[in-house]
Write a new protein. Structure first.
Length: 302
């Protein structure tokens, strides 16, 4: 027995419209999940130690998905990934390499010490004059690193008191280390006189350049580039003037970098010793110039 099914035109159109609507909805759900990068269900609540674990106990990336977190915060990926360059001890890598190289030249005649002789040989063959720019950098760069914060529009990361404490501590560590090594390690300079190891000029300029990096890197990267360029130029001039060996310059650069890192690490110690508890404390020195007067105004807020 054969039965015939009859569909009306209105019923066929209605079924066709429903099918199209379902297809559109399925495509929309699929695209939404693909774009948002998350599951269509949230982590279920479970019972552990008689306590209900809710969504607040899950990390944001578990609830919303990493793609969503990266879309909302572009720095999310860089903040989560740990590398050797953003770890706590990474700031000591470069000064350690410089100091290790300079120290190894004192105990290893070949090949590191031979490299010093080779560079000095090239200098004697191709450089026929000396330059005094390194002496100006030695005194000018500390003043520049300390005084940049007083230029309008150049805001340092730390206030005046912290900058003073950090720079004074770094300078004491740097100068003490350099002078101690110069008097206890008798190394002859390429030009003949003594007290070659390490390079004091390079230590001072590299310390100043690193302080500029610490304080003004958020203002402009060119301040940091200029500081390191002047410090590197000082080291090159000390070699071309035959005042130091290459290993002397490397050791001086390492001491300059390391002294700044230690100086800033000791800031909390100075705060405790001096009783600096409030971040609102500040010190300011303002010059006052008149037509017939000259003075200095001092303000200390505590």
């Amino acid at each position: 027995m054969i039965k015939r099914l009859h569909f009306s035109t209105n019923q066929y159109a209605s079924n066709k419209f429903t099918l199209r609507l379902l297809i559109v909805l399925m495509i929309a759900v699929f695209c939404n999940n693909a774009i948002m990068g998350q599951k269509d269900t949230l982590p279920p609540a479970t019972m552990t130690s008689n306590r209900l674990i809710t969504l607040d106990d899950f990390s944001p990336d578990a609830v919303y998905g990493k793609s969503y977190m990266e879309m909302m915060n572009p720095k999310y990926k860089s903040e989560k990934r740990k590398t050797i360059f953003n770890r706590q001890g990474s700031k000591f890598i470069l000064p350690t390499i410089f100091i290790a190289y300079g120290a190894s030249a004192r105990f290893n005649q070949l090949p590191i010490r031979q490299f010093d002789f080779d560079i000095d040989h090239e200098v004697r063959e191709h450089v026929f004059r000396t330059y005094d720019l390194d002496n100006y950098f030695e005194f000018g760069m500390p003043a520049l690193a300390y005084g940049l914060g007083y230029i309008p529009g150049v805001k340092a990361r730390n206030n005046h008191l912290d900058r003073t404490l950090a720079m004074a501590t770094s300078a004491l560590i740097m100068k003490g280390s350099v002078e101690l090594m110069k008097h206890t390690i008798p190394i002859q300079r390429p030009r003949g006189d003594m007290r070659s190891f390490p390079s004091g000029h390079t230590a001072v300029t590299m310390m100043s350049a690193h302080i500029m990096f610490k304080e003004y890197r958020d203002v402009s990267p060119w301040i940091c580039v200029g500081g390191y360029l002047m410090a590197t130029t000082t080291g090159v001039l000390r070699i071309s003037n035959r005042a130091h060996w290459f290993s002397d310059v490397m050791m001086g650069a390492g001491i300059g970098l390391l002294s700044v890192e230690i100086g800033y690490m000791l800031l909390p110690v100075w705060h405790k010793v001096l009783g600096i508890e409030s971040s609102e404390q500040c010190f300011a020195a303002v010059p006052m110039v008149g037509t017939k007067s000259l003075g200095l105004g001092l303000v200390y807020k505590f």
